[in-house]
Design a protein around this ligand. Structure first.
Ligand code: COA
Ligand code: NAP
Length: 286
């Protein structure tokens, strides 16, 4: 059951808020009475998200933009403030991901994910700061278990989301005195999302993922939204710089095994290596 929060008179900007987890977050704030703005690249997704969020009856506006482009992010935030008023809550959730081994990934592939997830989050926070209504504003970055758990085929997302967590902590330090709280939510595997469609694309991998979660199931987009509603509210007024897993306990250990299973399913088996070969680069002691 969802906890009721009252966000009437508040404004919320969701970067990447047009599908999946972030769309449900945007809808949840609108249901709670907030005026909501969303931004993403695809105009069709922006239009359908605005229509879906608008069904709540709360004001909603959409912007087409790429978080990698600082000017488009800054323009959207300024326009949102102009149309809706000072911003109370910023959700930074735009991200890209695909499974790929570091040795096979092109530099542009690695950069694409770092640019969207990490540099995009910086752009959103940097551009949002001057539009925040303070004291009392709340920033929530949508991180991932990759931020703290090394996973095969995820060098780009691991590096980027680790950066997101540190950006969260540093901005919490720098902005605390202005009455701005900055936190991150770390979703576990969430059902019916693009992220899990890409990372667990077969029924077998889906089963492995669900079994690797201590609570034994995928989470729902609504469970992430409920955490965001609470974290941005006065009920969480003393929480800043926190990286909060909402993951059924996945980060306790199960997460890492899944990607090893994925490598086994998607790539050739690991070649046999003898102890002599493993030590081939070492210099023997006298
Ligand atoms: N495996 C390996 N490399 C891949 C890849 C894959 N599955 N998908 C894309 N790339 C590479 C491309 O080949 C390209 O590198 P190259 O120019 O050296 O060939 C590079 O990544 C950039 O791809 P491009 O399609 O130009 O990037 P984009 O900016 O249009 O899209 C992505 C960004 C690649 C992250 C795209 O998957 C995306 O838009 N994702 C958003 C949705 C999403 O991932 N949701 C889940 C969130 S957890
Ligand atoms: P999703 O539906 O693909 O959501 C990504 C959103 O970001 C979309 O609205 C997308 O819209 C937008 N976006 C992507 N690149 C962008 C860019 N360059 N500029 C602006 N917007 C951009 O994926 P999801 O699975 O729900 O994931 C949402 C968030 O949760 C991500 O931060 C992800 O890392 C995190 N997460 C997900 C899971 C999971 O189980 N799914 C687990 C842990 C963490 P456009 O395509 O229109 O740009």
């Amino acid at each position: 059951m969802s906890v009721p929060f009252d966000y009437s008179g508040r404004t919320v900007f969701v970067a990447g808020g047009t599908s999946g987890i972030n769309l449900t977050v945007a809808q949840a704030f609108a249901e709670a009475g907030a005026a909501v703005a969303v931004l993403s690249r695809n105009p069709d997704k922006v239009n359908s998200a605005v229509a879906a969020i608008g069904e709540t009856g709360s004001p909603v506006i959409g912007f087409v933009g790429d978080v990698r482009d600082y000017d488009s992010v800054a323009g959207a935030l300024a326009a949102a403030r102009h149309q809706l008023g000072g911003l109370d809550v910023i959700i930074s959730g735009a991200a890209g991901n695909f499974p790929a081994a570091a040795r096979d990934m092109s530099p542009r592939a690695f950069a694409a994910v770092v640019d969207i997830d990490l540099k995009g989050t910086f752009n959103v926070l940097r551009a949002a700061h001057e539009h925040l209504r303070t004291p009392g504003a709340a920033v929530i970055n949508i991180s991932a278990p990759q931020s703290s758990i090394p996973m095969e085929l995820q060098s780009h997302a691991c590096a980027a989301k680790a950066g997101v967590d540190m950006l969260t902590r540093v901005c919490a330090l720098e902005w605390g005195s202005e009455g701005i709280r900055v936190n991150a939510v770390v979703p576990g595997p969430i059902a019916e999302t693009e992220g899990m469609a890409r990372l667990a694309p077969t029924p077998e991998l889906s089963r492995v993922v669900a079994e690797s979660v201590p609570l034994g199931r995928y989470g729902t987009t609504r469970e992430i939204a409920d955490c965001c509603l609470w974290l941005a509210s006065p009920s969480a007024a003393y929480i800043t710089g926190a990286i909060i897993p909402v993951d059924g306990g996945w980060s306790l250990g199960g997460a890492s095994q899944v990607f090893t299973a994925m490598r086994a399913l998607l790539t050739a088996p690991r070649p046999e290596v003898t102890p002599e070969q493993e030590g081939a680069g070492a210099v023997a002691a006298e």
